[in-house]
Design a protein around this ligand. Structure first.
Ligand code: FCB
Length: 453
């Protein structure tokens, strides 16, 4: 094995990640309200295989077995998300006791088996009642989120100390409100950046609320960052790279870690005036001090200047940028594999706040899996995992403050617009029987974590 546990500090955190709507099922149980993903998944043509999260991995009922499975693999941390509409079915008011109870049982089960919980408050399942009032385009949603954070941490703060406010606000804003690939499926061009601002405000308000309730809490946010390269050194291609790096990375890193938006990106979006019209206190709220930054790293973008604007682009204002195939190997998502790009994004965060601990909160790959003789020989996924764990070791060697790694995902699940047709799990799920089968990649991770150094 080219990478070993000895390459990491002893306190390095190792785990896997999941998200509520992708695994829980039980969408109508114990008072859960509908979320935008229930509505979106029920819309004709929204999900490629027509599936929904109604049953998913039935984790709501099988959570204890799933935790036992994690413990058996030697995992020491688990990143899961809390379903907002289980806690506040209408997105406001007191916590629903039955919803709280599920997460108390889950956290207790983890702690009893020596697994540290990392809870994400928002992994995309906005209560439908709030979407009806404007969703993330409404500034009020940011206040609702801070209230939700407060009631949740009041209810769970004795069991959970590691909190992630939002997962990938870029996706919520630009896939949700620009390209329409994700719930709520709106196609509003640059106006999607208003959603991004309200998401960041929501985050800032939640950080404040969490600290007020639980002084012991460690709070962060998770961004999906991409290494971005220009296809050539031409001025036009370099500008294309500046634009995509701007929309994807800097539009979030700068306000969170530096306290201001990148002016070039607001200009690309044509939204300079709208951003300037917001209260002058917004940047301070967004840049609330963090305990860590979560980075989801999957791939690299290589881009060049194109000349035709893509309709309903996820990159409003930069619709003509083209994504180039460099011939690098790709996963089933068609995402090019570039483990070394992980160092680029970690550096990009690190240079903005050198003392801030960093976590890889997601990293993983989808492949066509076949269960044969009680196992899945997913050598390609195992190789992807090993190479990215080795990239983490390189980051540690370089002196970057990388504190942990969470593989996406513990088990196969509902992959958003792809339904069940894309499997990312280290554990295979048979959706007919709900049988779990550890894949070769899962066994590799387990052996890596339990090896004696
Ligand atoms: C990320 C999401 C996660 C999963 C992976 C493959 O963007 O956070 O829920 O879908 O991609």
């Amino acid at each position: 094995m080219s990478v070993s546990l000895d390459d990491f500090p002893r306190e390095f955190v190792w785990g896997t990640a999941t998200a509520a709507y992708q695994i829980e099922g039980a969408v109508d149980e114990d008072g859960r309200g509908p979320s935008i993903w229930d509505t979106f998944a029920a819309t004709d043509g929204a999900i490629s295989d027509g599936a929904t999260g109604e049953l998913a991995d039935d984790h709501y009922h099988r959570y204890d077995d799933d935790v036992q499975l994690m413990a058996g693999l030697g995992l020491k941390a688990y990143r899961f998300s809390i379903s907002w509409p289980r806690i506040q079915p209408d997105g406001t008011g007191a916590a629903n006791p039955a919803g709280v109870d599920f997460y108390r049982r889950l956290a207790t089960s983890l702690l009893e088996r020596g697994i540290t919980p990392y809870a994400t408050l928002y992994h995309w399942d906005l209560p439908e009642a709030l979407e009806a009032r404007g969703g993330w385009l409404a500034r009020e949603t940011a206040d609702r989120f801070a209230e939700y954070a407060r009631v949740t941490v009041e209810a769970l703060g004795d069991l959970v100390t590691n909190w992630i406010t939002l997962n990938e606000p870029w996706c919520s804003a630009f896939l949700g409100y620009a390209s329409g690939h994700h719930a709520p499926g709106k196609r509003l061009g640059s106006t999607a950046s208003h959603a991004a601002h309200h998401l960041l405000l929501a985050h800032g308000g939640a950080v404040e609320a969490i600290r007020a309730v639980s002084p012991a809490a460690r709070v962060g946010i998770t961004l999906n960052l991409y290494s971005v390269k220009a296809a050539s050194d031409s001025a036009a291609d370099l500008d294309a790279a500046r634009r995509i790096d701007g929309l994807q990375n800097r539009l979030f890193l700068d306000p969170l870690l530096l306290g201001s938006y990148p002016a070039d990106v607001l200009a690309d979006l044509g939204e300079t005036d709208w951003f300037a019209s917001n209260p002058a206190s917004d940047p301070v709220r967004i840049a609330a001090p963090l305990d860590f930054l979560g980075v989801n790293y999957y791939s690299r973008h290589t881009v060049r200047a194109g000349d035709s604007a893509e309709p309903d682009s996820a990159n409003p204002g930069s619709e003509s940028v083209e994504f180039v195939d460099t011939g690098a190997p790709r996963t089933l998502m068609d995402w090019p594999i570039h483990p070394e790009g992980m160092l680029d994004v970690l550096e990009q965060a690190h240079e903005r706040q050198p003392d801030l601990p960093l976590f890889i909160t997601e990293n993983g790959s989808a492949y066509e899996d076949v269960v044969l003789g009680g196992t899945v020989d997913d050598e390609a996924r195992r190789d992807y995992l090993e190479k990215h764990v080795a990239a983490c070791a390189a980051a540690v060697r370089r002196g970057l403050p990388l504190a942990g790694y969470f593989a996406w995902s513990l088990m196969d699940n509902f992959e958003w617009a792809w339904g069940y047709s894309r499997r990312f799990g280290l554990v295979h799920v048979d959706y007919e029987t709900q049988e779990r089968t550890v894949k070769k990649s899962g066994r590799w991770y387990s052996e890596f974590l339990t090896q004696k150094g």
